[in-house]
Design a protein around this ligand. Structure first.
Ligand code: APR
Length: 262
């Protein structure tokens, strides 16, 4: 039986599914990944320059501008066929007493806009902002910055950070997990709990390089779940996978799920 038919068979039998996604899930929507050669964000900038609290305190205008640019870009693109297939799959399973948990490393909201609900954001979200000093949550609309949602980040579009209106001391920061920071424990433990019950885990669009998210597929395997990986190239996680599709999310997911999604 071909791999796609095997995967479709596992999909048809699965009652408790976990989808673990990374930046590759959103690549075909036009959102850059981090480590893809040539196009990855980290090919052009060091994470330490943009994705740490130290970087923000050292150069708040550049880091703030980068996150507002990413938020504007995400708001300007659409979920791809992969996001939509996962959303439909979750709806199908819920209708028949099953479950599908999406645990994503992505800070975009494309899974939600593709129809998925209760998405676990292991690395936070660009939809949330808080004061870096007093910690109060704050509403912020990236469109209010006047920034263009260009496909590439332009360092010259420097924006002044936004002051906290509660303490009037701190600056707003994005509600994302920076390097060296702890993941949101409720999201992480919910993902672990779902993996302990899973009979099928689909790992899509992640290089599997960043812990502790990279350890999640093994939890599913150890709990007896079948593991499918979708990634154009082999990764650190490929040896954990029962099936690896050297393909893209927006192509394989609709194909693999064609029997269960409308
Ligand atoms: N479909 C599926 N996979 C894809 C696609 C696609 N269309 N395009 C690229 N990929 C794969 C790449 O081959 C790569 O393995 O997606 C993966 C993206 O890897 P990274 O850029 O490292 O992104 P990710 O794994 O999500 O990074 C994890 O690192 O920088 C931090 O916090 C950031 O959440 C991020 C974390």
């Amino acid at each position: 039986m071909s791999n796609i038919r095997t995967a479709a068979q596992w999909v048809s039998e699965a009652q408790s599914v976990v989808v673990l996604s990374g930046a590759g899930m959103s690549a075909q929507s036009g959102v850059p990944t981090f480590r893809d050669a040539q196009t990855g964000l980290w090919q052009r900038y060091a994470p330490e320059q943009l994705a740490t609290e130290e970087a923000f305190r050292d150069n708040p205008a550049m880091v703030w501008t980068w996150y507002v640019w990413r938020a504007m870009l995400v708001n300007s693109v659409a979920p791809n066929a992969g996001h939509q297939a996962i959303g439909s799959w979750q709806e199908h399973l819920l209708a028949y007493g099953g479950s599908l948990t999406v645990a994503t490393q992505n800070v975009d909201n494309l899974h939600e806009r593709g129809g998925a609900s209760e998405v676990l954001h292991l690395h936070g979200s660009l939809q949330n902002y808080r004061c870096i000093d007093c910690g109060r949550s704050a509403a912020f609309d990236p469109a209010s910055s006047g920034m263009r949602a260009d496909k590439t980040f332009d360092e010259d579009q420097a924006l002044e950070p936004v002051a906290c209106t509660y303490c009037a001391v701190g600056m707003l920061r994005p509600g994302v997990v920076w390097f060296g920071e702890t993941l949101p424990q409720d999201a992480f433990h919910a993902a672990v709990d779902a993996l302990h019950e899973a009979d099928l885990v689909v790992v899509v669009g992640t290089s599997g390089l960043v812990q502790p998210a990279a350890s999640l597929p093994s939890i599913g395997r150890d709990a007896g779940a079948k593991i499918i990986e979708i990634n154009p190239v082999p990764t650190e996680l490929s040896e954990v996978a029962d099936l690896h599709f050297a393909a893209t999310a927006a192509v394989i997911l609709p194909d693999m799920l064609s029997d269960v999604v409308s």
